[in-house]
Design a protein around this ligand. Sequence first.
Ligand SMILES: NC(=O)c1ccc[n+]([C@@H]2O[C@H](COP(=O)([O-])OP(=O)(O)OC[C@H]3O[C@@H](n4cnc5c(N)ncnc54)[C@H](OP(=O)(O)O)[C@@H]3O)[C@@H](O)[C@H]2O)c1
Ligand SMILES: [Zn+2]
Ligand SMILES: [Zn+2]
Length: 358
Amino acid sequence: MSSMYSTFAFGKETKQGGFTKFNIQRNEPGEHDVQFDVKFCGICHTDVTFADPNTPITKYPLVPGHELAGVVTKVGDKVGDVKVGDEVGIGCISDSCQDCTYCDIGEEQACAKGGHSMTYNADTVHGHIKTGTGFTQGGYCGSMTVHRQYIVKVPKGYPLEMTGPILCAGITMYSPLKHWKCAEGGKRVGIVGIGGLGQMGIRLAKAMGNSVTAISTSPHKEQAAREIGADNFVISSNPDSMTTASKSLDLILNTVSADHDLTALIGLLARDGTIVQLGVVRKPHAINQLIFFRRVNLSGSLVGGMKDTQDCLDFCHQKNIMPAIEMVTADQIPKVYEKLSAKNDQIVRYVLDINKSI
Ligand SMILES: NC(=O)c1ccc[n+]([C@@H]2O[C@H](COP(=O)([O-])OP(=O)(O)OC[C@H]3O[C@@H](n4cnc5c(N)ncnc54)[C@H](OP(=O)(O)O)[C@@H]3O)[C@@H](O)[C@H]2O)c1
Ligand SMILES: [Zn+2]
Ligand SMILES: [Zn+2]
């Protein structure tokens, strides 16, 4: 049994309570582990979902955050390629079995033996990561220890505060773009919902050489969407605007986080086009059976594996892709959550500055 240490965290100790600061336990690094001081943590809409008292699967005390970036403080003896002082991050995956069909090919998010351990709210079933509670607690905290397998190395010169959003928002878009053959460009890609994920989708799809259509409920986002790479801008709540884009897209990445009309979005797909569902939507969709006319595909995707996550960050560095972020401190979390629940009204990823929050 590895020894434990204590670090501070910002989270919800109880379902009905608000955000407070309290201490949590983490394992001291073992021979394959990396420990780092968390400097920044992006705030994903998923954090808002888990902090919602109506979400039945949330475990308390909840410490959200799966877009961590920081500086290494200790490494285990068997970790050869990460050193004290290096800048690193971790995203949505903090453990997996490391010995199954999917872990073996770098698709840890699909781990066949017990599933991957999400960076928060997952039972610590695989044993590489430990906490005082038996379930993972995330990145709104002072320090993290994980197995080297789940560490992403920050390329020299890439801003540390921009890194976190690549590790969830970025990879969640990069993985389906790659899977659906858009990495070499030349496709027509639609991005629905221009918030944290959506802005990364536009930037990545464009940098890969695709033509990009932003599809949004917010007309005021048009200029900013074009500035970050959108060639076209469609307002999903305006039927005329939707008609202009009818049957024009090969791939749609749909990040909307609330109930919406899926059939209307499917109408934007060309023959053999694919829509990838990414947002957490509680209500089942009604879909018009006539999708068979154009042989369209309905798909889904969950974050991405560790190799792709590193590749995504390296690609962002190489192409100079940086998310639009707004830095916040822990006392602002309730306000940020309110904004994200209502509808992320700006093209922005909020990032928690840990040092300024203490
Ligand atoms: N599949 C995965 O692996 C994965 C990974 C990370 C996150 N997620 C999920 O992906 C979704 C998006 O996350 P995010 O962090 O990008 O969220 P976000 O920053 O809040 O952006 C969501 C966007 O959806 C659009 N939207 C349209 N109608 C909405 C409504 N009624 N309420 C809220 N948003 C609405 C808005 O864009 P417009 O203003 O442009 O319409 C909004 O900016 C969340 O459900 C999150 O849990 C999934
Ligand atoms: Zn996320
Ligand atoms: Zn596995």
